[in-house]
Write a protein that binds this ligand. Structure first.
Ligand code: SAM
Length: 286
């Protein structure tokens, strides 16, 4: 079965009475090389479980099943489940669950798989909900080895940006707290059915086994980053005083200077480690 062949995809969709649902971000991959490259690069250990979010009609899922010990696929669209039964019928190492990943209890679903060994995530993510899904995976505290996701090019640039560049944002600083992101390759819009409006890229995040950053207060750490980027054009002390109404403007200036920066610096110049130093000082001052 070649699910990268557009005619086969259309035939299966017709046979199961399906149509591409825009509201679920359904753009299915149709380039075999791209599908194989994603499946190959999402981890390096065949003895792993892969959590796939949004299997669609199973194009990437089949390649994951062929390479890894177990695959758990969460699909929100109920109408795709019978088609997945057909396209994945030959594999006995896959469990398809009809659930919204944002509502799913990932710890409970994956508990038996974590007992067997490592678990990684691999997904061609729906564009409309990329960041919430990524944040849910990171904040779950589950010890995923890798999270490999196909996302809009612009978001991929953001995730892998360095401090001080235009693409660097709150999500970059937060992501670096959880792991290291690498952009693997670009995928042009023509490789999907239907083609989306923008190009994509595959990003692999390797989660830190031991967090290199240990904030005194995690809430204050995240608030510091959020405050810095919510008022991106303001100087860091001004942005902080808007985000921390408990602190005076003078205190914010003093804290930024105590962290080793000039008072006119903008938050977007700070690396994750520098945010941590500043957040620890803020935590002490609150
Ligand atoms: N994996 C397939 C591929 O690469 O061809 C399909 C990828 S398509 C970009 C995104 C998939 O995610 C669709 O199948 C869509 O129905 C599913 N999806 C969208 N929102 C979801 C959610 N909240 N939870 C689980 N699946 C979701």
């Amino acid at each position: 079965m070649n699910l990268c062949d557009s005619r086969t995809v259309k035939n299966i969709m017709e046979a199961f009475g399906l149509h591409f649902r825009k509201e679920f971000g359904q753009n299915f991959l149709t380039n075999r090389m791209v599908v194989e490259d994603i499946a190959d690069s999402c981890t390096d250990n065949a003895d792993e479980t892969i959590l796939e979010i949004g299997p669609g009609i199973g194009t990437l899922t089949r390649e994951l099943c062929a390479r890894y010990r177990d695959v758990v696929a969460l699909e929100i669209d109920k109408s795709l489940i019978p088609a997945l039964g057909y396209t994945l019928g030959e594999f006995h190492n896959v469990t398809v669950i009809n659930e919204d990943v944002m509502k799913a209890d990932l710890a409970a679903i994956l508990a038996p798989y974590f007992e067997k060994g490592a678990v990684s995530v691999c997904a061609n993510l729906p564009y409309y909900i990329t960041t919430p899904i990524l944040m849910k995976l990171l904040e779950s505290g589950l010890p995923f080895r890798h999270i490999t996701i196909m996302i809009q090019l612009e978001v991929a640039d953001r995730l892998t940006a360095t401090a001080g560049t235009a693409a660097y944002g709150a999500i970059t600083a937060v992501l670096n707290y959880y792991g290291v992101a690498e952009r693997l390759f670009r995928v042009n819009a023509g490789n999907f059915l239907p083609p989306p409006k923008v190009d994509s890229a595959v990003v692999r995040i390797t989660l830190h086994k031991e967090k290199p950053y240990q904030p005194k207060n995690e809430d204050v750490f995240f608030r510091t980053i959020r405050a810095a980027f919510e008022q991106r054009r303001k100087t860091l002390p001004n942005a902080l005083s808007a985000g921390f109404p408990e602190l005076t403007k003078e205190q914010c200036v003093a804290l930024v200077e105590a962290a080793g920066h000039r008072a006119d610096i903008r938050g977007e110049r700070l690396s994750t480690a520098e945010f941590l130093t500043l957040a620890d000082l803020i935590a002490d001052a609150l």
